[in-house]
Design a protein around this ligand. Structure first.
Ligand SMILES: *Cc1c(COP(=O)(O)O)cnc(C)c1O
Length: 377
């Protein structure tokens, strides 16, 4: 394949020596659970996001599960409470909600941003609603004054699924004095899954919050529910971050801004090159910081998508779909009722993700764009 969709070895190639050195440091330290690497990573991430409390955890799904479970344990959410989420998301956002004994309530998306349509949120609020989970999908910040206003008037927590948007910023005001995705709302889940903008060499994640009680509760829940050794206040889990992954992430985190700038340059190359009557490009706003291009997602007519992908494959271009089947149509949520979700249902058959990670150069993106222009599909 001339232009693979994603080559993780290429993504980590620039860091191989530093990663090996950091792994050696952990191996020689004899400290394999918790410790200095985790403390340092948490401090470094907190400094980047301007957020006071960071808890390194096992993965992004666990980060979100722990936040929701902690609010239940704290008595802020009642079991059976409803959490509003955007219908176009990865299943993990929704699994976190149902795992905590809460009810996921899907809201449709805006066709241009492909994120939650904030004008539809208020109609989904009921007396049982306890939170809005906003998802910065594909790396685009999903946050505006309408969302904040609805949450404030109805007393709802705002939880960010920041798995795809580390490093994104918005000019809009958050609830606190940070403009960084992940530090805008009451709490956020971050994922360091290997494909994310900052990827570990395995599973890893983090909880970000401005709420000290939530931070304490999450830390206890992630460590068997114990607040001190052999004293368990919750029926908790083991969701800790491995220090070896913390050490890997400490090598890569300082390069986040540069890596995101590279992603933007590739997105811009696509944007400038692709002009095909059957292709709809993602919206690109003037505010360049509000999207970190975790995915570059175009749309083609639903009936032509298979051909489009097949023709690209023949030309050596790998593609993917994020996500072909939205969570509300997955078998595990068959019993969950929801309002009609026409935009999400329609775009699910139209979306195609193009290569955007390290390994795809700006010149490659322009070449892929020209190949797309030449296709008759
Ligand atoms: C990756 C991802 C998650 C889950 O993160 P993991 O670390 O893979 O558990 C959650 N939400 C979204 C939107 C994601 O892309």
């Amino acid at each position: 394949m001339r232009f693979p969709f994603l080559d993780l070895a290429k993504v980590n190639e620039p860091y191989v020596e530093e990663l090996a050195e950091a792994a050696g440091r952990v191996i020689r330290s004899g400290r394999y659970i918790g410790g200095e690497e985790n403390d340092a990573l948490e401090a470094e991430l907190g400094a980047i996001l301007s957020a006071p409390y960071i808890i390194g955890v096992s993965n992004g799904l666990d980060a979100l599960r722990l936040i929701l479970r902690a609010y239940v344990e704290m008595g802020v959410f009642r079991k059976g409470g409803e959490v509003i989420y955007p219908a176009n998301t990865y299943i993990a956002s929704v699994l976190a909600i149902s795992d905590a004994g809460l009810v996921p309530v899907a809201v449709d998306i805006d066709e241009h941003t492909m994120n939650i349509d904030s004008s539809l949120i208020e109609a989904a609020v009921t007396p049982r609603t306890c939170a809005i989970m906003t998802v910065h999908l594909y790396g685009r910040v999903a946050w505006d004054d309408i969302l904040v206003d609805v949450a404030r008037r109805h007393g709802l927590k705002i939880i960010e699924d920041c798995a795809q948007a580390l490093g994104a910023r918005t000019l809009a005001s958050g609830l606190h004095d940070s403009h960084h995705a992940g530090a805008l709302g009451d709490a956020a889940g971050v994922s360091f899954y290997p494909t994310k903008n900052v990827g570990a060499l395995g599973d890893a994640g983090a909880v970000v919050t401005h709420d000290s009680e939530l931070a304490t509760t999450v830390r206890a829940l992630a460590n068997y529910g114990s607040d001190r050794r052999y004293h368990n206040i919750y029926c908790g889990f083991n969701c800790r971050l491995d220090p070896i992954q913390a050490a890997m992430l400490r090598v890569k985190l300082p390069h986040l801004a540069d890596e995101n700038a590279d992603r933007f340059a590739r997105a811009l190359a696509y944007q400038r090159t692709i002009e095909h009557p059957s292709v709809i490009l993602p919206a690109m706003s003037r505010e360049v910081t509000d999207h970190v291009w975790h995915q570059y997602v175009i749309r083609v007519p639903a009936g032509s998508r298979d051909n489009f992908r097949k023709f690209l494959e023949e030309k050596g271009v790998g593609t993917d779909i994020h996500y072909a089947v939205p969570p509300h149509r997955q078998p595990c949520y068959a019993s969950l009722t929801h309002e009609p979700l026409p935009v999400t249902d329609r775009i699910a058959d139209e979306i195609v993700s193009l290569p955007i990670a390290t390994g795809t150069s700006v010149a490659d993106a322009a070449e892929i764009g020209r190949i797309i222009n030449s296709l008759d599909f």
